[in-house]
Write a protein that binds this ligand. Structure first.
Ligand code: ADP
Length: 447
């Protein structure tokens, strides 16, 4: 096991990793930007090192600065959290070259699965159903139009390097497809420096269901059941729950098995999430693998009682997972609401500012993962998520009741947050009756 690691991230996930390390007796070094100076979580780490100005390119994405900090502090490993460098294979390679363990997959598997076109191919080879679409990258418009007419509109143009809902465009006919290809490719080029695009059938009104997986160096690969992340705005998740409320036992088993097949085919190590779309007829289709811990991992932790961050650390440290698949069970229902500093009435535009009043909810079945405190300032430089509110109760009805009660208690003033939007969703008859799909917010919610 490691004696000291560096956390190359910020905010709630940095704090989450500090907590796991503290309980495992691992020393922590956290890096921070000038904008995060004064954050309370920095005091909870054993050491904190400033690595540059607010701009991510100059701090949290600044590989030389992070590696220098790791060398100065003499750590054995780096946990990248999520976002920033978490899925950067080049960074993982540099860590390896410097003799520092990257807490995550090998760069080779990250590279392969990070390319969605290559990941689709791998899933197909593992006999896992993928969304009908192009064999590989799509280069010219005529080829795209021919394929779209074959599989039938609507189709979705996606970026091979895509993430965070960027580089995706839906097209309903030949004309909009031409536009979709140009805009998706340009957006991907700007965001990921890779304009490669591919085509998929656009599944109408799907649910987003994903499987949590963990694999050790010896090839033990286990799943931790699924999360339903259908409540999204602009293809970004807002509310997640486990288990998926519309899955029957047989489909759940098939889905989890399919996820394991993909991960085994990739000879993967550490935590991964295999994402699928579930259509109205309960057919599921692979869409992508996220090669890191996800924001929504706590819902899985609550229903399975397993600490996924600790497991990431022990697996990266060379320990085998001492569990069999049958040892992993799930009880009750967990729901997570992402509390973002955003104005839902202005299409979820970021709403940074100083927090004058901050009162946390509590009580039975409530967990809050946040680095925020009264008097903290939410800066405009980073992701707008400031807290995760998670509940775990025996049934879905009870979980919803507890979540509504906790959202009511949670006071974050004067900035605008997603709390009122989450309250509306949790009271909506379609959500209560499990009739939602990924377009629910855009189609049915008046904010
Ligand atoms: P990203 O990596 O940017 O998050 P994903 O491939 O995971 O992109 O897709 C994000 C979301 O976009 C999905 O949860 C779903 O809502 C929507 N989506 C992606 N592919 C399709 C598709 N083929 N049909 C319908 N919706 C899709």
């Amino acid at each position: 096991m490691f004696s000291k690691i560096l956390i190359a991230n910020r905010g709630e996930i940095a704090l989450r990793i500090i907590r796991a390390c503290r309980e495992l007796g691992i020393g922590t070094v956290v890096v921070y930007s000038e904008a995060d100076k004064g954050s309370y979580y920095l005091e909870l780490a054993d050491e904190a090192i400033c690595i540059g100005p607010a701009k991510p390119a100059l701090s949290y994405l600044n590989i030389p600065a992070i590696i220098s900090a790791a060398e100065v502090a003499d750590v054995e490993a780096i946990h990248p959290g999520y976002g920033f460098l978490a899925e950067n294979a080049h960074f993982a390679e540099i860590c390896r070259d410097c003799g520092i363990v990257f807490i995550g997959p090998r760069p080779e598997s990250m590279k392969m699965l990070g390319d969605k076109v290559a990941a689709r191919k791998l899933a197909k080879e593992a006999h896992v159903p993928v969304v009908p679409g192009s064999e590989g990258q799509i280069k010219d418009e005529n080829e795209a139009i021919k394929l779209a007419n074959k599989i039938g509109y609507p189709v979705i143009v996606k970026a091979a390097a895509g993430g965070g809902g960027r580089g995706m465009r839906v097209a309903h006919n030949d004309i909009t497809l031409r536009n979709a290809m140009a805009t998706a490719s340009a957006e991907a080029e700007a965001a990921f420096k890779d304009g490669t695009i591919y085509l998929e059938k656009y599944i109408v009104e799907p649910r987003h269901v994903e499987v949590q997986v963990m694999a050790d160096k010896a090839g033990n690969t286990l799943h931790f059941f699924e999360r339903d992340c259908s409540i999204q705005r602009r293809h970004q998740k807002l509310i997640e729950e486990s288990p998926c409320p519309v899955l029957d036992e047989h489909t759940r088993e098939e889905l989890c098995k399919a996820a394991l097949k993909v991960i085994k085919e990739a000879k993967y190590e550490n935590a991964a999430t295999v994402e699928f779309l579930l259509d109205k007829n309960k057919n599921f289709y692979f869409i992508e693998v996220n090669t890191r811990i996800q924001v929504e991992h706590p819902v899985t932790e609550m229903v399975t009682g397993r600490d996924l961050i600790k497991m990431q650390l022990t697996v990266a440290g060379g320990q085998n997972i001492n569990l069999k698949q049958r040892d992993i069970t799930h009880t009750g229902v967990a729901i997570e609401c992402r509390i973002n500093a955003e104005d839902p009435a202005r299409n979820f535009a970021p709403n940074p500012g100083k927090i004058e009043r901050f009162i946390l909810p509590g009580g039975m079945g409530v967990r809050v993962d946040t680095h925020i405190f009264q008097g903290a300032t939410v800066t405009p430089y980073y992701d707008s998520m400031i807290a995760k509110l998670i509940v775990h109760r025996p049934t879905r009805d009870e979980a919803i009741t507890t979540m509504k009660r906790a959202l009511r208690e949670f006071k974050i003033e004067p900035i605008k947050t997603t709390i009122p939007a989450c309250e509306k969703i949790l009271s909506h008859s379609m959500y209560l009756q499990n009739k939602v799909d990924t377009s629910f917010i855009e189609q049915h919610l008046t904010l």
